[in-house]
Design a protein around this ligand. Structure first.
Ligand SMILES: [Zn+2]
Length: 438
């Protein structure tokens, strides 16, 4: 009962935050930031240590505008500190909470711990996002994920029922389960949704009036968006989340910018010289405002996104552009401009089917474009695509290789840099799993 009241209270705060005046949002986030920093300084050895080394005086950090005085931490730094046991709050009992593992650029997993506070944050963030999309408590949700989530007690009573479908089942079985469920809301990895959309198109099956399709955990490129829209009859809604932090941002019905969950996180888009201007590309740095078990504070996610103007929908939450992919997979052209993984995928979307190719960076100036025989759109040929890529990327050689297929998994790896990675095809780079949401 007490837990349900806390959940409802947090949900109310999140709902209010969506249309709060920007000045009020700054005041609210500044208040939450002060609480978060005080907690981290009291209970988390890692932050106490790095802030002390950086000469940070916490009493001088009163507003989100002071955030820049805190050092930015990298995923590697956070992982190393976690292995030393320094990122878990000392107030957390041994064995308390759930453990989630995420991979990463080094291939060394990061074990993230979440307590009841974080479970509530995930649940309410997911609900708030769904409610903004017109969700009602009688609507059925389908979750595509390899592991079922723990249903909330109210779901067992038939409120907001949720049905889990394992994406490793044969596609025909998944499709039958989906059609029987008649869901209003669907959550899944982009790869899983794309495969289901193709199956629905191939079998000329129409889904019963879905309201919203939430695509998570991968870049939502143009070809995937077009395929999912064609299969489900609904434009997919992109969601940005990380195992370390939770739901960070989501698209509204306009399907352009992403709205930041301002009640839960602060998002900075940082360019070379500080905060990026609208339209400018930068690294995504997040600060957890409410997590208390293992919060990430000024955490460099390793992701790229563009700073953004407010969305035209009227919601006053801070906005960022769609996620553009991992910074380490981006390509810097000879003229100094950066091409992001999403930029490459969208560029190739008129020639190649997503999921049927992989552009691998072999060395500084050499790329290998691996394509399956089903990957080319009619009228396209691999040689011409390689030549066109060479011109576009500049100063590099691109060779093509026709392959029989790629390993089937929950994620698609369309752009991969093989130069410094011990784990060339990491399956989980910190993005969340759909099962973690509710
Ligand atoms: Zn909007």
């Amino acid at each position: 009962m007490m837990e349900s009241l806390k959940t409802l209270s947090l949900l109310k705060d999140q709902r209010l935050s969506v249309r709060r005046h920007p000045d009020s949002t700054i005041r609210r986030q500044s208040h939450l930031l002060r609480l978060s920093l005080a907690h981290a300084n009291s209970y988390i050895p890692f932050y106490r240590k790095i802030w002390s080394e950086a000469g940070v005086v916490l009493s001088t950090i009163n507003s989100i505008n002071d955030l820049k005085r805190l050092p930015i931490i990298t995923a590697d730094q956070f992982r190393a500190a976690t292995q030393r046991g320094e990122t878990l709050a000392t107030s957390v009992e041994a064995g308390e909470g759930q453990r989630f593992s995420t991979g990463g650029s080094t291939g060394i997993p990061l074990e993230v711990r979440r307590g009841s506070v974080e479970a509530r944050l995930w649940r309410t963030a997911g609900l708030s996002m769904q409610l903004e999309h017109g969700f009602s408590w009688s609507d059925t949700t389908v979750q595509f994920d390899v592991a079922p989530h723990q249903p909330h007690p109210l779901q067992k009573l038939g409120i907001a029922p949720s049905i889990w479908i394992d994406p490793k089942l044969p596609i025909e079985v998944q499709m039958d389960l989906l059609l029987q469920a008649k869901p209003s809301v669907i959550h899944g990895h982009v790869t899983v949704l794309r495969a289901m959309a193709k199956a629905l198109i191939d079998r000329s099956c129409q889904l019963h009036n879905p309201l919203t399709i939430f695509s998570v955990a991968e870049l939502l490129d143009k070809d995937s968006r077009d395929t999912i829209r064609a299969g489900f009859g609904v434009d997919p809604t992109d969601v940005y989340g990380m195992t370390e932090v939770g739901f960070i941002a989501w698209q509204c019905e306009v399907h352009q910018q992403m709205h930041v969950n301002a009640e839960l996180v602060i998002v900075e888009i940082l360019g070379e010289d500080g905060p990026a201007q609208p339209g400018e590309l930068g690294r995504v740095v997040v600060t957890d405002l409410r997590g208390r078990t293992m919060p990430a504070i000024r955490y460099d996610t390793g992701d790229l996104a563009r700073a953004s103007e407010p969305c035209v929908c009227g919601r006053s939450l801070p906005s960022i552009g769609p996620l553009e992919g991992r910074a380490r997979q981006a390509i810097v052209r000879p003229d100094g401009s950066t091409i992001t993984p999403l930029g490459i995928m969208n560029h190739l979307s008129s020639s190649l089917r997503t999921g049927e190719y992989c552009l691998q960076r072999i060395s500084e100036h050499q790329f290998l474009l691996r394509i399956t025989s089903q990957g080319l759109f009619p009228g396209k040929n691999a040689h011409e695509i390689c030549q066109e890529l060479e011109d576009w990327l500049g100063g590099c050689e691109v060779k093509a290789e026709i392959v029989t297929g790629f390993p089937k998994g929950l994620k698609t790896h369309s752009v991969v840099d093989l130069r410094n990675s011990l784990s060339p095809l990491p399956d989980n780079e910190g993005c969340m799993s759909t099962a973690e949401k509710q």
